[in-house]
Design a protein around this ligand. Structure first.
Ligand code: BTN
Length: 320
């Protein structure tokens, strides 16, 4: 498609290019170039157009583009199969469907909005149109052990690093799957496994990542606890680059999962270690002190009666 070619060219070169030069390069009329530029602007790309000089891509605005994500991914092993949807119920549901149908290790599903974004413990993940990055990655445990807690911890560290690469912020991890900026959540991660019926071994793991990106006002029930990258920094955030950074970091992190290096990063970035927390387990809740993250990724806590417990992420939620 002409508009994709023009977008790639403007993104790669990041210089002002005349309509004439683009028309010549792609063997089309200047009017066809102009129409494509209009379409791209309507999709949200901030393209400056100057009558005598031409076109310049200032930033990607709110636009998510599989073309640019692929461009940023380069030779990455993950994301070779990349599915993009303007809207989905949930990228995790779509990724599971693809996984059940045999999709490749490293397949990525991205949506510009979700109507039923899934959070942990049956909660909803707020996923308004063009305000976030909603992405799921399918991984196959033949290549990697299916330890969901370690995979989630690695993904939290990988995503924190990716966010810091695209926005001037400091990102904290609230064990095990939430990323925070200041005192507010900016990203949630939900890993879900598919089991092989024959031997109960893990067939695939879907890693779902939701990052709030665009400037926004959250609904009342979230406004005190959620934030977004552009609510925190005065610069536009390139969601395409963010997606690619996350995908590349997770691909590298999985290849090196056994080293458990990422656990050091999870400890360093933790916003709960050494602090009093409330643990919610089923209907029960109790106060504790968060002590450390052990080598299996479990959270070690000290209860009020002096016991040390190791918490598994599947069963509990934590409040600061
Ligand atoms: C949580 O905060 O409890 C986890 C939230 C995970 C949200 C992401 S958005 C992309 C992927 N698709 C979903 O339905 N959920 C995850």
């Amino acid at each position: 498609m002409l508009k994709d070619k023009i977008l790639r060219e403007l993104y790669k070169t990041r210089i002002m290019i005349s309509g004439e030069a683009l028309a010549e390069k792609f063997g089309v009329s200047r009017n066809a170039v102009w129409k494509s530029i209009k379409q791209l602007q309507n999709e949200g790309f901030a393209i400056a157009a100057s009558t005598n000089k031409g076109y310049f891509l200032e930033n990607c605005g709110k636009a998510l583009s599989p073309i640019l994500i692929k461009e940023e991914l380069g030779e990455s092993a993950f994301g070779k199969e990349l599915y993009y949807f303007p809207e989905l119920n949930s990228t995790n549901l779509k990724a599971k469907e693809l996984a059940e149908n045999g999709c490749a290790h490293g397949t990525v599903v991205i949506a510009a909005s979700q109507t039923a974004g899934k959070g942990r413990l049956g909660r909803q993940f707020y996923s308004p149109r063009e305000k976030g990055l909603y992405m799921s990655i399918v991984v196959r445990p033949e290549k990697h052990p299916g330890n969901a807690m370690l995979i989630t911890s690695m993904c939290a560290a990988a995503t924190a690093k990716a966010v810091e690469a695209v926005a001037p912020v400091k990102v904290y991890i609230k064990w095990v799957n939430d990323l925070f900026i200041g005192g507010k959540k900016v990203c949630g991660i939900l890993t879900e496994a598919g089991i092989k019926l024959e031997d109960q071994s893990i067939d695939y793991v879907v890693i779902g990542i939701g990052v709030n990106c665009g400037k926004q006002t959250f609904p009342a029930e979230l406004s005190e606890i959620a934030t977004s990258l552009e609510n925190e920094v005065p610069v536009p955030v390139n969601k395409n680059r963010l997606a690619a950074e996350i995908i590349k970091n997770i691909s590298a992190g999985l290849a090196d999962l056994e080293s458990k290096k990422f656990l050091g990063d999870c400890r360093k970035r933790s916003n709960i270690l050494g602090k009093p927390i409330t643990v919610f387990r089923g209907e029960a809740q109790f106060p504790a002190i968060a002590l450390d993250i052990d080598d299996s990724g479990a959270l070690l806590i000290r209860t009020q009666d002096g016991q040390t417990l190791a918490l598994n992420s599947g069963e509990v939620s934590i409040r600061l």
